[in-house]
Structure formats: structure tokens, C-alpha cells
Write a protein that binds this ligand. Structure first.
Ligand code: NDP
Length: 479
């Protein structure tokens, strides 16, 4: 049964002029800003040719990159350079490359396809039928505040208990994901592409919230970045929350465990590096589900439209690339010294504490409408107004004390620390396990720019006030 947990309503308009907004009276109001131009805040409508080409290349190259990493792990002990050396040391003729590709590519397997489809349907059943609380997202550009079923933690527990019980009863091997990795990669890709094109078609033909669609004028860009903001089946089956959480994040720890089981089968024990990796990944994943309600107000849900980036990203990129360290540790088992083990654990856990505390501060200040203590003092906030395409003025607030007074994205510092620790569990033998931190750094730096331009569009002068109040983007005195 669903339990309603609607957050406190936004504040009254007259309150919005309080706090740090007193200088606003002789500047343009949000209504004037809205009326002066056709652009409503939210994703850009106008995209240039460079962006379209970039989107196309992203859709083309990211699956190739995943396949290259698969081959590097499957046949070259997770060395990223070894396949390239083999090409250059042998002849680079077309025949040789075709032979090599046929030999190395992951192949479709009916067995893996069945596992994947059963897994996906099972997650959909859990998402739909497990008891849930109802959480609410941020207001969309069209003015909707959508309800979400929040039951990810329970789904995670059920999935993991079942995985172990089935393994214990001999219904499947605990190394099931490891043993079917190539076939799973193929079927997950097929599903990711199917979901991408289905979502585009749905956006055109039967959108959930037509006013929240964004068309850029480029079909390619719309397919990659998405058109619909919150595609759904019925009232609650939300594409974004489901695909990011279930085939994506629930799978993350299951895949790690499956690779740990494979390591056990191959070397007779589980190395402390693999245990440490599992602890760090599980901390991150469990935190996500424990705080799933908070996730509803992060950029993934509150800003991104549902296209290839999220559909394929959740189906393939997340489960196959975020778990690379466990693939590496199966091929290269490492026993860490105790001081190294403890040092990595401390880096990871301190990153986690920062990550969670920063995110918690934002959540609590929004939930209490600024009436809370941050680091023992009343929260310092900028009260904002913004317009939605329903033409109405809405209100929000920006925290500028505590961690949010240090920089505008101190939560990313915590995330980068945990991510570094996850990579460090693999020692320094190869570059491949460090792909995650390289990717996260690029992702988060790019996200800062995306987020700031979105917030500038949404909050206008209030965002400028915030930028003056908190000048650092990520890390004080560095960036
Ligand atoms: P945030 O949780 O920081 O959300 C940014 C949004 O918060 C802004 O768009 C704005 O939205 C609001 N906001 C900005 N400044 C303030 C402020 N001072 N006070 C109150 N609200 C503010 O970003 P993300 O969604 O990117 O990240 C959430 C977490 O997820 C982070 O910890 C990040 O590290 C992690 N993450 C992990 C990824 C992974 O793949 N492992 C990928 C991406 C993120 P508005 O005002 O419209 O509500």
C-alpha cells in the first residue's frame, strides 16, 4: 500500500521578498523575464550543429567503448593497450581486423537473453507491487509536481536475498552475471536501443505530459537527449526512476557479488581488494536507496529528459562500466596490505560522509522551508521566485551556508573521493579500473556547467546573487 509523504508546500509570495532579496524591487520580475523571451527555463531548445554532431557521436561511440572494454577484460586481462598493440604488431589489414572482431565480439545468447528479460520483468513487478511511500519530485517547467513510488530499498533487499537463496538452492550459480557477461552485454544493448527509440516514439504519439516535452529541431539531438521529461505508464511507472534504480543500480551490487563469486571459484578465496570494493559500492548503492526520496529532486529527475543518454545509459553504461573494477579484480586478484586497505577505506568513507552530509543539508533546508539549523546556526538562504510555463510564479530557496556556503557543488567533492577510493582498490597495475574516476570527473565538471546554466535560466537575478555569495563552483580556492 502506498503512503503519502507530500513535502511542505512552497512559501507564500509575500514571504519571498524577505531574506536576501530586498534589492530586487527595481529589477525585472520573473514574469517580465518570462514574457520578454520565448525560452522557458529547462533544457535548451536551440542547439547548434556542433551539439547535434556531438550527440550523434555519443550514440555511436559509447557502445563501441563499452565493447572495447569488454574485449580488453575478456581476452587481455583488462589491459586497455593490449588489443591496440596486437593490432599494430600484427598486420592491420581489413581481413585481420574482421577476423579479430568476429573472434572477440560478445555474442548473442538465448540463455543470457532469458536471464535478462526475467530480471527486467521481475524488477518491474517489484517496482509496481512492493509497498511504497509516495515521494514528490521538483516542480517541472510546466508546473507539475509528480508523485513517485519509493520502494527501491525493499526491492534491493528482495533481489539480493533471492540471489543468495537461489544460489544456495542450486537454481543458479552465484557467478551468473560473470558467466553470461558477453550475452548479457548484447541483450542489454538491444534493450537500451529499443528503450531509446520507444521513448522517442512515445513522446511523439502518446506523451505523458505534453507541455513538458522539449523539441530541439534536431531529431538526432532529441533521440539522444530525450523529448519527454517524465515518461510514464499510468500514474506511477516512471521510466527514469525505474531504469536508473532497478536495471541500473540494483544490478550494480549484484554484478559485483557475482564477480566476487567468480573470483572465489577461480582462486579459492575472495581477496580483500574485492571485499573492499564490494563494501564501497554497497555503501553508495544502499545510500542511494535509503535516500531514494531525495534522489527525486536531483538533476537526473529534475532536469534531464529521457532519451538515449538515460535509457541506454541506465541499461548498459551504468551496469557494465560502473562495475569495471570487479571485472578487473577477477582477472587480476590483488591482496592489499592492511595499511593500504585501511587508507582506501578511510578515503572512501570520508568521501561518503561529505557526499551524504552535503546532500542532506540541501534536502533539509528545502523540506523545512529554510527553518532549520545548519552547522549549529540558522540556515542562510536566498529566497527565489521563478515562472513555470503555466504562467504562475513559484517560490524556492537556495542555501548559502554550511557546505553550500563553501562551494556550489561540494557534494561532488565527496563523490569524487568515494569514486577515487573505488578505483584505488585495484592497485596501480592498469589504467582500466581508473576509468570510473576519469569518467566521474568529466561528468561532474560538465554537470556543474549544465546545472548552472539551467539555474541561471530558472532563477535569473537570484542565481546571480547566489554566485556572488558563493563564488566557488566545486572546491574553495581551487575551482
Ligand atoms: P545536486 O543534488 O547538487 O542538485 C542540483 C540542483 O539543486 C540544482 O539544479 C538546483 O535545483 C538545486 N540547488 C542548487 N544549488 C542549491 C542551493 N544552494 N540550495 C538548494 N538547492 C540548490 O546535483 P546532482 O543531481 O547532480 O547530484 C546529486 C548527487 O548525485 C550528488 O552528490 C552527485 O555527486 C551524485 N551523482 C552521482 C552520479 C553517478 O553516476 N554516480 C551522477 C550524478 C550525480 P532546483 O533549484 O531546481 O531544485
Amino acid at each position: 500500500m502506498a503512503v503519502d509523504r507530500r513535502p511542505t508546500k512552497s512559501m507564500a509570495p509575500d514571504q519571498a521578498a524577505s531574506s536576501m532579496t530586498s534589492s530586487s524591487s527595481n529589477q525585472t520580475t520573473p514574469k517580465q523575464q518570462f514574457q520578454s523571451g520565448p525560452k522557458v527555463w529547462g533544457r535548451n531548445k536551440d542547439v547548434g550543429t556542433g551539439t547535434v554532431i556531438g550527440s550523434f557521436l555519443m550514440m555511436l561511440c559509447t557502445p563501441l567503448l563499452v565493447i572495447y572494454f569488454y574485449i580488453a577484460c575478456n581476452s587481455y586481462q583488462c589491459s586497455l593497450s593490449a588489443p591496440l598493440f596486437e593490432w599494430f604488431n600484427n598486420d592491420l589489414s581489413l581481413t585481420h581486423l574482421i577476423d579479430w572482431t568476429i573472434r572477440e565480439l560478445p555474442v548473442f545468447s538465448m540463455h543470457a537473453a532469458k536471464i535478462y528479460i526475467i530480471w527486467l520483468l521481475f524488477q518491474a513487478v517489484l517496482y509496481t507491487f512492493l509497498p511504497a511511500t509516495i515521494g514528490y519530485g521538483q516542480q517541472t517547467p510546466a508546473g507539475y509536481t509528480l508523485p513517485y513510488k519509493v520502494n527501491g530499498l525493499l526491492a534491493w533487499v528482495v533481489s539480493h536475498v533471492l540471489y543468495f537463496v537461489g544460489g544456495y538452492l542450486g537454481l543458479w550459480s552465484l557467478a551468473i552475471a560473470h558467466d553470461n557477461w558477453g550475452g548479457l552485454l548484447v541483450i542489454a544493448n538491444l534493450y537500451g536501443y529499443f528503450l531509446t527509440f520507444f521513448s522517442y516514439f512515445k513522446a511523439l504519439v502518446f506523451p505523458s505530459h505534453p507541455e513538458d516535452r522539449k523539441f530541439s529541431g534536431s531529431i538526432i539531438y532529441d533521440i539522444v537527449l530525450g523529448v519527454e521529461f517524465n515518461p510514464r505508464f499510468g500514474k506511477y511507472f516512471d521510466f527514469k526512476l525505474f531504469h536508473n534504480g532497478r536495471p541500473g543500480i540494483v544490478a550494480w551490487t549484484l554484478i559485483d557479488m557475482s564477480f566476487a563469486a567468480a573470483q572465489y571459484q577461480q582462486v579459492g578465496y575472495i581477496t580483500n581488494s574485492m571485499i573492499l570494493l564490494n563494501i564501497l559500492h554497497a555503501t553508495y548503492v544502499l545510500d542511494f536507496f535509503y535516500n531514494e526520496d531525495w534522489y527525486l529532486r536531483t538533476i537526473d529527475i529534475a532536469h534531464d529528459h529521457f532519451g538515449f543518454m538515460l535509457a541506454w545509459g541506465d541499461s548498459v553504461w551504468l551496469p557494465f562500466m560502473y562495475t569495471l573494477q570487479s571485472h578487473y579484480l577477477v582477472r587480476n586478484p590483488i591482496d592489499l596490505s592492511m595499511p593500504y586497505f585501511l587508507a582506501v577505506l578511510v578515503i572512501g568513507l570520508s568521501g561518503y560522509v561529505i557526499f551524504r552530509s552535503v546532500n542532506h543539508q540541501k534536502d533539509i533546508v528545502r523540506r523545512t522551508n529554510g527553518k532549520c539549523q545548519i552547522w549549529g546556526k540558522p540556515a542562510k538562504v536566498i529566497r527565489t521566485e521563478f515562472l513555470c510555463s503555466d504562467g504562475k510564479t513559484h517560490h524556492s530557496l537556495l542555501l548559502c551556508s554550511g557546505f553550500w556556503g563553501l562551494s556550489r557543488h561540494f557534494n561532488y567533492v565527496g563523490d569524487l573521493l568515494i569514486s577515487s577510493a573505488m578505483c584505488l582498490t585495484c592497485g596501480f597495475g592498469h589504467l582500466l579500473p581508473y576509468f570510473y574516476i576519469i569518467f566521474m570527473t568529466i561528468l561532474l565538471l560538465h554537470r556543474i556547467e549544465r546545472d548552472h546554466s539551467r539555474c541561471r535560466g530558472k532563477y535569473g537575478k537570484y542565481w546571480e546573487m547566489y554566485e556572488k555569495e558563493v563564488p566557488w563552483k566545486l572546491c574553495p580556492y581551487i575551482y
